[in-house]
Ligand binder design. Structure first.
Ligand code: MLT
Length: 410
């Protein structure tokens, strides 16, 4: 009989969002009269249609595939040059990033999980708490942790607590990490790191030989021009950081799937014999072995995000979602709740009313207001007592959520 990867048995519950979906389904089945009233502000899934420039480019891509003379089969595993160059020109101009340091993929969730393929065992890995659960669960699956304790914290990971006192931005620890995951704008708290805070992290990484895994999936939502959008805006980051970016939340590609990883050729890790090896080389090998490229129409569509019309249309989408975030934030604040995020990020992070745990608040919102939120404790022990409201919705739904929240809490 085949043996299994027993690390999977260490995983606590199901993955957070399917677990929420399961609970919402159970509620809907038990309360069919209320099911039609449910508004979903749980998972951060976009709701608005793809930008017209993206749709047009995707149609053109399909039309090319429909003709033998313009047909494309397998593309380059790393992604088409036209997309990688458009990314560099539009997202990393003057930051020293080259098109061959960009790897196109089908999503940041996969990329942030798959990246562990190129790292060895025994790394001391830091994650913030609360955190996007993928970073934790993929480390568990890879065998980089022991068991979870009663708080759900896994032995072997270093948890960097984020809380109201530090504005949900962790400072570098005193001791040495080999790898650290940073996500800004942050999922779930919506916090952003200032230039000084990111400089401190890059300095720490240089001094401790740490690799920063920087998840910038939400960079398009940054409104404050003083906040860096990329870790590569920080001097020295090219030697210590990998950045993950996505078309999911800016271009609305959650159902289309396209993302990318930027790995400068100057970032290195150590082999067992102590030799410094460029991570770019390893990821290139991994990517070309396990991945055959994102589909051609999707890459055409992604490149259209950077066209003149595409940029205007994406800006309008961001403005729409950030308008929602403002309404949610101001409503929660007016109710006297503690609120973070929602200013440079599409997530509003709210303190639960006194006496309620995160899951209590989830149940109350679902059962009494038919609004789905995400319980903060689902993102880690430090998220207990908080809940996340996603601003990805129609304006009418967000206005309705605001009025239901007022009726529930006041
Ligand atoms: C979330 O709700 O946290 C996001 O949808 C997760 C993701 O993008 O995978």
């Amino acid at each position: 009989m085949a043996t299994i990867n027993s690390n999977f048995l260490k995983l606590k519950a199901g993955y957070l969002f399917p677990e929420i979906a399961r609970r919402v389904k159970a509620y809907s089945e038990a309360n069919p009269d209320k099911a039609g009233r449910i508004i979903r502000c749980g998972i951060g899934d976009v709701t608005e249609a793809l930008p017209p420039a993206v749709v047009k480019a995707m149609h053109e891509g399909v039309d090319e595939l429909a003709n033998r003379s313009t047909f494309h089969g397998y593309g380059p595993e790393q992604g088409y040059e036209f997309l990688r160059q458009a990314i560099v020109d539009n997202q990393f101009a003057n930051l020293g990033i080259e098109a061959d340091e960009v790897f196109i993929s089908d999503g940041s969730k996969c990329d942030t999980g798959n990246i562990l393929d190129i790292f060895g065992k025994g790394n001391r890995t830091g994650i913030t708490d609360p955190v996007y659960p993928v970073y934790v669960d993929t480390n568990v699956m890879a065998g980089n942790t022991g068991d979870a304790n009663d708080n759900g914290a896994y032995e072997g990971l270093v948890y960097l607590e984020c809380n109201a006192a530090n504005g949900f931005v962790a400072a570098p620890p005193c001791d040495k990490l080999d790898l650290v995951y940073l996500c800004f704008p942050n999922n779930p708290t919506g916090a952003v790191a200032t230039r000084e805070q990111l400089e401190a992290w890059v300095k720490y990484a240089q001094e401790n030989d740490t690799i920063i895994l920087f998840d910038a999936a939400y960079e398009a939502f940054i409104q404050d021009s003083s906040i860096p959008r990329s870790i590569f805006e920080i001097e020295g980051a090219r030697d210590v950081a990998i950045e993950f970016r996505s078309f999911s939340k800016n271009g609305g590609f959650t159902g289309v799937r396209c993302a990318y990883v930027v790995i400068p050729k100057t970032v290195t890790g150590k082999s067992e014999s102590g030799e410094r090896i460029p991570l770019h080389r390893l990821w290139s090998r991994r990517h070309s072995t396990k991945f055959n490229g994102a589909s051609y129409p999707v890459q055409k569509a992604a490149a259209a995000v950077f066209s003149t019309e595409g940029k205007e249309q994406v800006a309008a989408l961001i403005e729409h979602y950030m308008g929602n975030a403002k309404l949610l934030r101001e409503t929660a604040q007016a109710l006297g709740l503690q609120v973070f995020g929602g200013v440079n990020a599409p997530y509003v992070w709210v303190g639960c009313p006194a006496g309620l745990t995160s899951w209590d608040m989830f149940d109350k919102m679902l059962e009494e207001a038919q609004v789905v939120i995400t319980p903060g404790s689902g993102f880690g022990a430090a998220g207990e007592g908080w809940f996340r409201i996603s601003a990805f919705n129609s304006r009418a739904n967000v206005e309705e959520v605001c009025s239901r929240l007022k009726a529930l809490v006041s």
